[in-house]
Write a protein that binds this ligand. Structure first.
Ligand SMILES: [Zn+2]
Length: 334
């Protein structure tokens, strides 16, 4: 399996969307698509998307004519691209908009964190794209250079400063973050922060800083948090992480030393665990892994499966380990 194949297994990554970048500046074509019967609009409101929730969670997209009929109060709109013969737009409704989802009990606005694992991979990917775009629009209402308001342009893929002397173009931004499974003698390095839910552990993560490569960020973060030096760092896969605006760059690394010191105090606890110790911790409910939605879980899963006769997913199913609960801290700390 190469890195592309590994990344495609990550939630939010697999996509059948053709982004049709060349359409973004083609106003004539987009105007005709707005009202075309084949066009679909996915709706967001306060960072949640409109979904049909029974019998399974599925985004509910509507037609352009319905946008007009419901007189929806639109804050931002983005052209996403096409899937098959349908063209997709995403619409972000004003926070103050009065939303009454069609009077149906099985339709509601829901969060992507809670539902991402249950969605079809291609839907999860498209929604994560739209969610990240709307976060960017919302956070870049003013020009960082001159302070004037900005306006949406290029079908939602650029924000332009309205000051005629400035006219700075602002492009969508993402924040790169590294995450790494560090292994020593077959054991994996786990840490937890004080603010996390009880017994929740994960692998080491942190934001890439200006002036360093992502590999250097891996080495720095692991050393800052645990005093562990790395002697090998290998890229694993990546995952868009729209909570609110990251790309997670996953790595596997081997340690050059074993003694842990919590240098920067960011972690409350860190230790090495073998596969056997991870299983024992899950059995006693004293050790919880990150949600399956996350690349953190995938890194741990690959380490686990390489050191065990049993697959992690099978072990968790046998133990009936609950992973549905999603902690709030993920929003601000990876
Ligand atoms: Zn400006």
């Amino acid at each position: 399996m190469d890195e592309l194949e590994r990344s495609l297994l990550n939630v939010f990554t697999y996509s059948d969307l053709n982004r049709l970048v060349s359409y973004r500046n083609d106003d004539t074509r987009l105007q005709s698509l707005f009202s075309d019967a084949s066009s679909r609009y996915v709706l967001f409101h306060r960072s949640q998307f409109l979904a049909k929730v029974q019998p399974e969670i599925k985004p509910l997209s509507i037609r352009g004519s319905e946008i007009e009929r419901y007189e929806l109060d639109i804050r931002s709109q983005v052209f996403l691209g096409s899937r098959g013969k349908k063209h997709y737009f995403a619409v972000d409704l004003a926070d103050s908009a009065e939303i009454k989802p069609v009077g149906r009990g099985d339709v509601e606005f829901i969060g992507l964190r809670e539902s991402g694992q249950q969605l079809k991979a291609e839907d999860a990917s498209m929604l994560s794209y739209a969610k990240a775009m709307f976060h960017w629009h919302h956070a870049h209402q003013f020009c960082g250079k001159c302070g004037s308001p900005t306006k949406s342009a290029v079908s939602g893929h650029l924000r332009q400063c309205i000051d005629t002397k400035c006219v700075k173009a602002h492009f969508p931004r993402i924040d790169p973050a590294i995450i790494v499974a560090v292994v020593n003698g077959g054991k994996c390095l786990f840490g937890r922060q004080k603010a996390w839910p009880p017994h929740r552990y994960s692998v080491i993560a942190g934001f890439v800083e200006p002036g360093e490569s992502v590999e250097q960020a891996v080495v720095r973060e692991v050393f800052e948090e645990t005093n562990i030096a790395l002697d090998k760092v290998n890229y694993h896969s990546s995952q868009p992480w729209p909570f609110p605006a990251s790309i997670m760059l996953g790595f596997a690394a081997s340690a050059a030393n074993a003694k842990i010191i919590l240098n920067d105090g960011e972690l409350q606890d860190a230790h090495w665990r073998s596969v056997r110790e991870v299983v024992a911790g899950m059995v006693s409910r004293q050790f919880r892994l990150p949600p399956k939605l996350s690349i953190a879980y995938r890194l741990i899963e690959d380490w686990f499966n390489a050191h065990s006769d049993e697959k992690l997913a099978d072990v968790m199913e046998q133990l009936n380990v609950d992973q549905t609960w999603w902690p709030r801290w993920i929003e601000w700390k990876l």
